[in-house]
Design a binder for this molecule. Structure first.
Ligand code: ADP
Length: 492
């Protein structure tokens, strides 16, 4: 059963980018709007405070204290409608927005003059008590109608004694109207900016992913089987370039592997066909029943040799196929390399004698290596067989065992036909034959011998090198990590 949430696909990377950008923009706009609003409000209120202070100073210039009698002269004209009544009841017809807020109190806090608008104010006691104690007070108060008014209360002193308090106020309606219209404008502009940022970030995302789309198209063509294609590499040093280079390396590697694989299959079928064809033609000949006993014997002998060659080839192919699949489990036992090589050499003496080649063995010291005895023995046999095969009668093959503190060295050198430099880099390749005429003539060649040797030596963490001079002979040098003979437990 498909759950409802499973059907909702997560948004693509472009939409995700767009949403992130828009969210970040919304946050930035909100922050900058808050800063703008607070800044403007502070500036407006500060300038209102300054104006109120100035007005109070002007009003103060009209107040005089004549021995306890306070005379008030209306310098600013703000006191024209003021009276001295202590009633708090406001004049209902009054428009406080244009009214002036002025009150003058004596040292007892009794009003001396009060403007009509001032009566509408709801004042906190501190607006009077603080000036009575000698310090200014300013703050925002409310009218009875719920409007804000900025109020400034200042003591009027003579010889250090407060004898009057001047209170002036100014409606904050205009300031609030200005701030409200600012908020309104910001609220109208913000969605447009957000819309623009969303469209812009989507466009940017599309533009930024254009190289990726090119990569995808090329990769799709490659998937269709064209391994000659390479993805375009952008010139800028960024992640897309790194991805393109990695993809190209991967395609190159795949291309090489497929080519090698194809060649291997073609070579293998070709090699397998040759002995099969030989066996078939021999059996067809035998079926004619016109052969003598000797001819039958010879035919059966040839069939046997071809079958043997086929068997070798198939087991070599199997060994390499297993190696390729990394399915080969190597034994890890301590092996006396000198003893192993001695056995192989002793076994090859018959062949050497048959071919008229002198075979010599020099063991400078006993040396132990860690590995798979059967596989190492096969590798030494392959090298020695080649040395005997490519050396003509009267030649010499010498096998040497030496050791350094860390490595066992096996050197097999011959005075045979040698290998021309052009062939040297390829002789470890599968089915590569530098001298096909000779290998065919001599029989048991598969062209896989050295490939198996190289794999075996590398699997034992060793190296193999070859030096050769055409007409003078070849030397194969195998290095294998040696282990301490007494404990035979670890590599040195
Ligand atoms: P093959 O079964 O043909 O001997 P190998 O893989 O053992 O295949 O060797 C590859 C080729 O390397 C041979 O065909 C031969 O031309 C060359 N080669 C190998 N060993 C020697 C050697 N000791 N002297 C000269 N050529 C050699």
């Amino acid at each position: 059963m498909i759950r409802p949430f499973q059907r909702i696909r997560p948004p693509g990377i472009r939409i995700q980018l767009m949403l992130w950008y828009t969210m970040v923009f919304a946050f930035l706009i909100l922050c900058s709007d808050i800063v703008l609003y607070t800044q403007l409000r502070t500036t407006l209120i500060t300038s209102l405070n300054t104006a109120l202070q100035l007005r109070s100073q002007q009003i103060a210039s009209g107040i005089a204290n004549n021995g306890g009698t306070i005379t008030i002269q209306d310098v600013t004209g703000d006191l024209s409608n003021s009276d001295t009544t202590t009633s708090d009841m406001p004049d209902a017809s009054l428009d406080i927005e244009f009214g002036t807020f002025v009150r003058i109190l004596n040292a007892n806090g009794q009003p001396l003059r009060i403007s009509p608008a001032f009566r509408t104010l709801v004042l906190p006691p501190i607006s009077v008590t603080q000036p009575l104690h000698g310090s200014d007070w300013q703050g925002t108060v409310m009218t009875r109608g719920g409007q804000e008014v900025r109020l400034y209360s200042v003591p009027f002193t003579e010889n250090g004694t407060t004898f009057a308090i001047i209170q002036v106020g100014e409606s904050l309606t205009q300031v609030n109207t200005a701030l409200h219209s600012l908020v309104l404008e910001l609220l109208i502009i913000a969605p447009f900016i957000l819309l623009l940022s969303a469209v812009g970030s989507y466009w940017l995302g599309t533009h930024a992913f254009a190289p990726m789309n090119r990569l995808i198209h090329t990769a799709q063509r490659i998937r269709a089987g064209d391994l000659q294609q390479r993805v375009p590499v952008p010139r800028a040093y960024d992640e897309v370039r790194a991805l393109a280079l990695t993809l190209n390396e991967m395609i190159e590697h795949l291309d090489q592997t497929f080519t090698r694989q194809r060649r291997f299959v073609a070579d293998a079928s070709h090699e397998l066909r040759t002995p099969v064809t030989a066996i078939r033609s021999m059996t067809e000949l035998a079926q004619l029943k016109t052969l003598t006993i000797e001819e039958y014997e010879h035919t059966l002998d040839t069939i046997n040799k071809e079958a043997e060659r086929l068997g070798h080839l198939i087991s070599d192919l199997l060994a390499l196929a297993r190696a390729d699949e990394r399915r080969v489990m190597l034994e890890q036992e301590a092996i006396r390399l000198d003893t192993l090589v001695e056995a192989v050499v002793a076994n090859a003496e018959g062949l050497a004698l048959e071919r008229g080649v002198s075979l010599q063995l020099h063991v400078s010291q006993s040396v132990t290596v860690l590995g798979d005895e059967a596989r190492l023995m096969q590798a030494v046999i392959n090298l020695l067989d080649n040395a005997l095969l490519y050396t003509d009668a009267g030649g010499r093959v010498s096998v040497k065992i030496e050791a350094t503190s860390t490595y066992a060295l096996l050197t097999i050198s011959d005075t045979g036909i040698g290998i021309v430099p052009a062939h040297l880099p390829h002789i470890f390749e599968r089915f590569y034959r530098a001298d096909p005429a000779r290998t065919r003539k001599e029989g048991n060649s598969s062209g896989l011998g050295l490939a198996i040797v190289e794999w075996t030596i590398h699997a034992h963490k060793g190296t193999i090198a070859v030096e050769s001079q055409p007409g003078l002979g070849s030397t194969f040098i195998v290095r294998l990590p040696r282990v301490c003979a007494p404990s035979q437990s670890a590599f040195q």
